[in-house]
Design a protein around this ligand. Structure first.
Ligand code: FE2
Length: 132
């Protein structure tokens, strides 16, 4: 029988388990630069107003985009509230989501999750202030 503690440790060491985030945001590795979703959004938005958001994967260092290795979806959340998903195919799409949002109550941050078919899920965040 597998030791559950050993199983957790082994899982935490694998990129395909859990959610990957930069270990040192001021000193990103090449792997982190390739996978980190970069969110571009206004720092302040008015409650109920439409605004544009872009999520780009590979903006800092291009990620492969071939059938054997590519970003196959991007999810977007406001804090823990699900907003959108974009499913992607390799070669004919770029790992970028551009979307218009309307937030109806206070949130602290936008969170994007990008899934690489080899290197798992990566999370990027940006702070956002929703005003009345
Ligand atoms: Fe990857």
């Amino acid at each position: 029988m597998a030791n559950p503690i050993t199983a957790v440790i082994q899982c935490e060491e694998k990129l395909s388990c859990g959610i990957n985030m930069p270990k040192d945001p001021d000193n990103l590795t090449d792997l982190e630069k390739k996978h980190l979703p970069i969110i571009t959004a206004p720092p302040t938005v008015k409650k109920g107003d439409c605004f544009e958001v872009a999520v780009e994967v590979g903006k800092l260092l291009q990620h492969p985009n071939e059938p054997a290795h590519y970003i196959n979806f991007i999810d977007l959340y406001a804090d823990h509230t699900y907003l959108a998903r974009m499913d992607l195919t390799s070669q004919r799409t770029c790992p970028t989501m551009k979307i218009c949002l309307i937030l109806d109550h206070i949130h602290e941050k936008l969170r994007a999750f990008a899934h690489c078919n080899i290197h798992g899920v990566w999370e990027g965040q940006v702070k956002i202030e929703v005003t009345q």
